[in-house]
Design a protein. Sequence first.
Length: 158
Amino acid sequence: MTDKVKVICASNGRCVINSRELNIRRIWRGRGDVVIFSKEDIEKLMYDAAFSNMIREGYLYIEDMDIKKEIGVEPEDAETPTIILLDDKTLDRFWRLMPFAQFKIETKSLTKAQITMLAKYAILHGEDGNIEKANYLSDISGYQILKGIELEKQSKEV
């Protein structure tokens, strides 16, 4: 029997894998969608640039730590940061609950794509965060968080 591997979508948008060589087509409709693969399919798909990039950047997330180590997306050493699943609960913890000092430390281990996800979450949920985090997130993401929050607030009022 083959091992089953859950792959979770961490992106707000749709993610699609369409590998003609492997005859594999899967669609995640949005954040939280789960698709099950065999371990063999995951190992083969890691040679597909699109799938590999989505895993390494955090758009797609594999729960099984052993599988992640086997395919080379989870570091073997303790110093290298690990990719975390940025679900709504984790994004809320970063934006609303986490103290600023811890926020600065923990955002250093996020990928560029995950920083972008956090920035977009901050813009949508701006009233719950703080200005220090918004300014810091603006610096590391390239998004103007405070301006985005203001525009988002205006669009809700209209």
